[in-house]
Design a protein around this ligand. Structure first.
Ligand SMILES: C[S@@+](CC[C@H](N)C(=O)[O-])C[C@H]1O[C@@H](n2cnc3c(N)ncnc32)[C@H](O)[C@@H]1O
Length: 283
């Protein structure tokens, strides 16, 4: 199977031949935005996700960037918020204007400070876990490659699985390698080839239709016995600790520990917490 060691790389032989035809190795031409479309054009340009993303970043820069609290990196804030807005447009069919106003509401500045602090704590924890982890790593629902710098620091080879075209193109544009456009529920890898799995901010989107469960079972299938699972999710009354741990254990992972790294009060007195779960695949 894999050569031993942290730097082990997967080769094409580690992909399931039967699924290989469906895998889109992302080697699409990188779109270089020339000029800037006006709002009307951008709203219609959902077929060109990078255009829409760049336009949305620009609008955010112009609207909120100079009002962000200390400690919030404007470029990171705009990129993360633009990604969420664009996914709402391209994946959920919202109009650009509706999505933009939903994210850029009166509470945006308060949320920005909170999210930045939460992310700092999250990345500090992940950095520690990844420093002891073994590769290759599979990042399922990798988004725009937010965690990429940590993998590089830990010198871990990583495969980025992402279902949205925007995410895969953004990762490609930033120069990341081994980007696989696929659904987490149907991973194009042979069984037991990954030693570390990271699933960040994906499972809580579960609409109750079994998606999260299928994704975790697939993640378990491609994990080597004894492999490490790192799962990060925001918990509240809709997606709580019990639901999370039940999904994880039913997929075949054991839960070693859960640490809440950020908590804040929500409406009606409830608390939302952002937490990291560290698990092991029992095999
Ligand atoms: C909130 S973003 C988090 C991105 C990244 N994990 C991070 O922590 O920054 C969730 C991502 O998961 C992706 N996603 C959701 N369901 C997925 C699935 N079934 N398979 C693969 N990716 C999925 C979305 O397209 C989106 O990019």
């Amino acid at each position: 199977m894999l050569s031993k060691g942290k730097f082990a790389q997967l080769t094409r032989a580690h992909f399931c031949p039967k699924d290989f035809g469906d895998v889109q190795w992302v080697q699409l031409p990188v779109h270089s935005p020339g000029g800037h479309p006006n709002l009307e054009q951008a709203m219609k340009k959902t077929d060109n996700p990078l255009d829409l993303f760049d336009f949305t970043c620009e609008r955010l820069q112009a609207t909120v960037a100079d009002r962000l609290p200390d400690g919030v990196d404007p470029a990171a804030f705009c990129a993360e918020t633009a990604y969420c807005i664009c996914l709402a447009v391209t994946a959920q069919g919202e109009s650009w204007e509706t999505a933009f106003h939903k994210y850029v509401d009166t509470e945006v500045l308060e949320r920005a400070g909170r999210d930045a602090e939460s992310e700092r704590r999250e990345l500090d924890l992940l950095r520690i876990e990844l420093a002891q982890a073994r590769g290759p790593v599979l990042d399922v629902g990798a988004g725009w490659g937010r965690v990429a710098a940590l993998y590089a620091q830990a010198e871990l080879p990583v495969y980025y699985v992402e279902t949205s075209v925007l995410g895969t193109r953004l990762m490609q544009r930033t120069g990341l390698k081994r980007i696989v456009a696929a659904q987490g529920e149907a991973l194009p890898f042979l069984s037991g080839v990954f030693h570390t799995i990271l699933i960040g901010w994906v499972l809580h989107h579960d609409a109750g239709d079994g998606n999260a469960s299928r994704l975790l079972r697939e993640a378990a299938r491609v994990t080597a016995p004894g492999g490490l699972l790192l799962s990060v999710e925001p918990l509240d009354e809709r997606f709580d600790r019990t639901k999370w741990t039940t999904l994880i254990t039913q997929a075949g992972f054991s839960v070693c520990r859960i640490g809440a790294f950020y908590e804040y009060p929500r409406a009606k007195g409830s608390i939302s917490s952002h937490a990291l779960l560290v698990g092991t695949y029992l095999g």
